[in-house]
Design a protein around this ligand. Structure first.
Ligand code: 13P
Ligand code: SF4
Length: 355
């Protein structure tokens, strides 16, 4: 039998209306209810029981298929909690996902994140099947710069090395000397034997790094559509309403916003800060799902949630992941000519030691 089921639920920042799961759709049996009960105990603050009856069978079926197909799911910290806690094998920031992608013995890697992350995984694993649940999950940073733009910057600054944020296409990585993430940008810049560096494409990450290094950075005018929306007055307002608030900002935020925060770091570095310092009340100045995911292992921490949604990250949903695993589509392809030069830039980043 072939059925098309349309989900009409809206859950944890994701509107599933109109999402379709083709082929036989698993039912919420007593067995699935029992199997997923410990997981629901963790997620019940985020998912009403009626929605769980639709999500739990998807989670159970995705986890079954992962074993059957020797597939690994890598999920970014901005995935919704059903994906992050329900089906991911490895979760993390962009740097952690790139590191994990090097070592896997899986035949299929499903990237729950945006397209540049899936491309990075494919560059590191050209012979494996790399899937992304929605090829349209892009990134405003990645879309804001081309390889020709980088070559023009090289022409304007001859001999100056290029450090490129991983939030870029394979074409751009292929004309880069070394990549970086928000978790290692300063270390990568400091590792280079050069007084000037072309640092692209995020102007805000670049300005935040510029304040921490004596090297001269030549920047591009790219920005993250999610983080550039935060303002210093928004943070001052939060502090006036919520006493003893610890504010953590992602370095893709403008420097004026980072100045208002107690700590700035990548999504994984924010989690490490919480683990170490256990603040009582936190505002994470970043994408919305981050607080939902981190709140699960830290039930004693109060999360104030001034968040902005990434429309690209939110394109990845459980029904689409199930479709992708079943059909092994859509696959991520990278032009063969780009793989070696892009990989050199990623490997150069992975070789840089963190402090
Ligand atoms: P990190 O998880 O590496 O901090 O990156 C944030 C981001 O915006 C990824 O798209
Ligand atoms: Fe790109 Fe910003 Fe979305 Fe990350 S949060 S994928 S940087 S648009």
């Amino acid at each position: 039998m072939h059925i098309i089921l349309t989900l009409n639920i809206s859950y944890a920042h994701v509107d599933y209306k109109g999402a379709s799961v083709t082929d036989t759709f698993p039912a919420f049996t007593a067995e699935i209810e029992k199997q997923t009960r410990p997981l629901y105990a963790k997620l019940k603050n985020f998912v009403p029981a009626v929605e769980w009856s639709l999500l739990a069978p998807l989670i159970a079926e995705i986890n079954r298929l992962k074993v059957e197909k020797n597939a690994l799911i890598l999920a970014h910290n901005y995935m919704t909690p059903d994906i992050f806690h329900g089906v991911a094998d490895i979760v993390g920031d962009s740097l952690a996902l790139a590191r994990e992608a090097v070592n896997t013995t899986a035949d299929i890697i499903v990237v729950c994140g945006v397209h540049f992350m899936a491309e990075t995984v494919k560059i590191l694993n050209p012979d494996k099947t790399v899937l992304i649940a929605d090829l349209e999950a892009g990134c405003s940073l990645s879309e804001g710069i081309t390889a020709d733009d980088v070559l023009e910057m090289r022409r304007l600054h001859p001999g100056v090395p290029v450090v490129t944020y991983v939030n870029t296409s394979a074409e751009v990585k292929a004309v880069t000397d070394v990549c970086c993430t928000s978790g290692n940008a300063l270390e990568v810049v400091e590792s280079l034997d050069a007084d000037e560096i072309i640092f692209i494409p995020d102007q805000y990450l670049g300005r935040n790094v510029q304040r921490l290094t004596k090297k001269k950075l030549h920047l591009w005018n790219g920005s993250c559509m999610v983080h550039e929306k935060f303002t210093p007055s928004e943070i001052r307002e939060l502090r006036s309403v919520h006493k003893n608030l610890t504010v953590m900002a992602h370095p893709e935020c403008p420097p004026e916003v980072v100045d208002e925060a107690d700590y700035a770091g990548s999504t994984a570095q924010m989690i490490q800060f919480i683990q170490k310092n256990k603040p009582a009340k936190i505002a994470l100045i970043t994408e919305c799902s981050m607080s939902d995911n981190v709140a699960v292992p830290f039930p004693e921490v109060e999360f104030i949630r001034p968040c902005n949604l990434c429309p690209h990250m939110k394109k990845i949903t459980l029904p689409k992941i199930l479709d992708a695993l079943r059909s092994e589509r859509p696959q991520v392809h990278v032009d063969a000519a780009l793989i070696a030069p892009a990989r050199r830039a990623i490997d150069a980043m992975l070789a840089v030691k963190l402090r």
